[in-house]
Design a protein. Sequence first.
Length: 350
Amino acid sequence: MKALVYHGPGKKAWEDVPNPAIKDPTDAIVKVEVTTICGTDLHILKGDVPAVTDGRILGHEGVGVVTEVGSDCKSVKVGDRVIISCISKCGTCDYCKAGLPSHCKTLGGIGWIFGHLIDGTQAEYVRVPYADNGLIPLPEGVSAEQGTMLSDILPTGYEIGVLNGAVKNGDVVAVIGAGPVGLAAIMTARTAGAAKIIAVDGNKFRLDQSRDFGATETIEAGENVVQALRELSHDGLGVDVAIEAVGLPATFGTALESVRPGGHVANIGVHGESVEFPIERHWINNLTITTGLVNAITAPELLEDIKEGAIAPEKFVTHQFPFGQFEEAYDTFANAAEQEALKVVITNLQ
Ligand SMILES: [Zn+2]
Ligand SMILES: [Zn+2]
């Protein structure tokens, strides 16, 4: 089969590799129909994730058809159309039982293994461990592209932004960073009942998009963001919830300074360096600060929202490529601002 293979920092190739085979009786093999590229894949290609080694097939998102199942698969059947969750899980360890499969002990404490510790979904076929737990049936009426947004991005925005931030009815929510994950938080904050959703970004295209995803106001990134956010809050004291979806010290600082006493700062951003936390000012403020790696356990709930028309994740898809044009797809996604790209999907037309 063909797959997109990582060959060290800056190097990748769409090349011939052996087809995956069932290793454990709980495995399934899925023929990938649609996959997409995540910001994490770009980090891997920069060499930021040393656990990913030469020869690894990239990708952790997608929808496909089950072509083979191991003897212990109970719910998954050959022929099922499925969403591949970015988080694999044994389903029986204490972390899995607690709803934190992102730290599945059986998998060594990390549920994100596709395109990381095992071969991923940017391939014609992928081996899925614990397939009964990691594959979600794709219902009639939900497209493969919509389903692909449930592998990672929508659950990430919802779980790590909206749920960790404890967004409730009537809240004023700031989302710092309106890239795909920030937009996922915006989309799901609306269904969670936020009264006001303020998108902050330096990119005009993303700010325009954010209104279509549910933002009620937008602020262009600049010096007075904190003040502008406070002015848009209920009483000038600050927003109820600030969701950080960039991963830089400055944007984390904006989130921290714009939230009201008793408020929540939900960090989604992937950070590469330390942030400042002026605890001498904030110890008194009853803040809740959360971090997280997606557990993807809300995918079934979000699937219901799609079926009911409450959310429309196809809005993420700005660019489509066929399998074989991964280079072009990566180039587009890596230059998302210039290309006005949100999510880039790659489809197996065979
Ligand atoms: Zn991802
Ligand atoms: Zn587990």
